[in-house]
Write a protein that binds this ligand. Sequence first.
Ligand code: ATP
Length: 360
Amino acid sequence: MSQRVVLRNVTKTFGSVVAIKTISLEIEEGEFLTLLGPSGCGKTTTLRLIAGFNDPDHGQILLGDQDITNLPPQKREIGMVFQDYALFPHLTIKENIAFPLRERRTPKEKINDRVEELLELVRLPGVEGRYPSELSGGQAQRISVARAVAYPPRVLLMDEPLGALDLKLREAMQLELRRIQRELQITTVFVTHDQTEAMNMSDRIAVMRNGEVEQVGTAREIYNFPQSSFVADFVGRINLLDAKLLSKSGGIAELKILDDARIRAKIAPEVESMSKSLCVGIRPEKLVIRSSGHEDRYDNRIPGTVIRSTFSGNLLDVFVDVGASKPFLVEQRPDKVPLDSGTQVEVCWNAPDALILSAE
Ligand code: ATP
């Protein structure tokens, strides 16, 4: 009986620390939504508010049609998975998984069947007699998921559940957690500060900053249409330049960047202000390097000097000094011959590939 979760104008302070400024968020039934953001932006606090471990100062939290704002945690029927697994070390795996079922006085035969079913679900049949110390990190996390969903919760909350695992295992567990979530069709709120993990796993991502949700959308929406330079910079790699809007017509804007370079970029109708502090963002995969003076079809070109190239297997990252505060990053195919440091080049891109963003 998966349920939708609604947070309405929720705020939370701890003494003088404002953990949540105001959050309004709707998580659909069966959806996998990730709270993504830098350390301290309020991800865990949001999760704890949904779980009932913290009370909001203002606002309302709904689960399905029920207002759960003042309901104690044990009555919310929410499953929770933590980064450190939180398994009971003195109990066997079977006893760990059975714990929430025993608490709810489930008959013994039913518990045995359910434990077996859950071990199948997390693909670990046969480990019921072991103790948590006899499992690997990935296995322990599967068991803590099994325990969290043992007495089917209305919502599953996961706080950085893969944070303690190495990269390869982490990637395998991302697929595994998503498979389990799909199989159970359970509404899930997942917390991470790892943008790749968020993009790999989520139906939608809520990007948080300073106790607020800055943007909610699918991975594609957030990557391709970020609504601020913060979101553009946090999700994926991007080159950002302060820009002044000079004119716009027919959906194309002319902007001034750097000292006095003029560029053209696609502009959304809602970008109105000519004075607002704006910046232009260009993803490194949209940039092309040309030798100076090379004639071709690109809408924009700025001169620069190659600083260095780094090879990472599937990409060649070229850093170019274009006179901005940070070098421009250009992603090239790995089979390109790396350019020598000091080479004079032009960095080129087309108008539709530049994003006009608010600079705050
Ligand atoms: P991280 O990724 O580092 O876990 P987070 O995004 O989950 O960070 P929160 O743990 O929600 O952030 O914390 C948000 C803010 O609230 C931080 O400034 C934090 O120091 C503060 N905070 C959280 N819990 C408490 C508490 N119990 N008492 C005082 N301040 C708190």
